[in-house]
Design a protein around this ligand. Structure first.
Ligand code: AMP
Length: 222
């Protein structure tokens, strides 16, 4: 079984706040394949205020996962789109063993396979500080941090000049604790699963954004 096209098919995984989203956005620029964030897809649906969106929002705001069948259906439809033909970066999926098995089946049916699953490792105490301090530009989504990544000019986005910022509702201490519990119970079991498949590569996520990006490039050979 060989990959169609030249692009890479990569999963970025790790605990909430490990930097998957940041690294996925940067990697997308370097390898030119779409960044598929199930969290962003769900937040977009929640934002519409639809009946489904409200159900999703209630789960996200408490730090609980949305049901496997819903997320598998959403992701499989997204992967069918033309822009994913030459590769993709998955961020936040798979988050459970049934999702990992469903992804395997989805790709097998299409005759393609993953190139790598990269686990970004960060200790819990660092995760809490990272998540509680993070915020993003309303206009372009550029991420910032109260302590570690401030805009060059106070209150102005470096990337687009936007002046309005937001914090995720689920980025509060109680919800993050629950997200970490769910990570250990439901998502962590996917790590040995991918290791068994020979796909797992681990990276220390505690360095600077640039240093972690460099390690990911090295692991992927790009
Ligand atoms: P993220 O943006 O990846 O931190 O995801 C935010 C929230 O969306 C998670 O805490 C879950 O409630 C939900 N979510 C995102 N991806 C998944 C997934 N693959 N399975 C179930 N729930 C998900």
């Amino acid at each position: 079984m060989s990959n169609h096209g030249s692009g890479l098919r990569v999963v970025l995984t790790g605990a909430p706040g490990c930097g998957k989203g940041t690294q996925a956005r940067l990697l997308k620029e370097r390898i030119g394949v779409p960044h598929l964030s199930t969290g962003e897809m769900l937040r977009a649906e929640a934002y519409t205020g639809s009946e489904l969106g409200l159900k999703i929002k209630a789960l996200i705001d408490k730090g609980n996962l949305v049901p496997d069948d819903m997320i598998i259906d959403m992701l499989s439809r997204r992967i069918e789109e033309k822009d994913c033909e030459n590769g993709f970066i998955l961020d936040g999926f798979p988050r459970t063993l049934p999702q990992a098995e469903a992804l395997d089946k989805m790709l097998k049916d299409k005759g393609i396979k993953l190139d790598a699953v990269i686990e970004i490792q960060v200790p819990d105490e660092i995760i809490m500080e990272r998540i509680l301090g993070r915020y993003a530009c309303m206009k372009c989504g550029q991420g910032y941090h109260d302590k570690y990544q401030k805009p060059k000019v106070y209150g102005v986005c470096d990337n687009c000049g936007g002046t309005e910022f937001y914090r995720r509702i689920d980025d509060n201490r109680t919800t993050v604790q629950n997200r970490l519990v769910n990570y250990r119970a439901l998502t962590y079991p996917t790590i040995p699963y991918f290791e068994k498949e020979g796909l797992l590569k681990c990276v220390d996520g505690t360095g600077s954004i640039e240093a972690v990006a460099k390690k990911i490039d090295d692991l992927l050979g790009v």
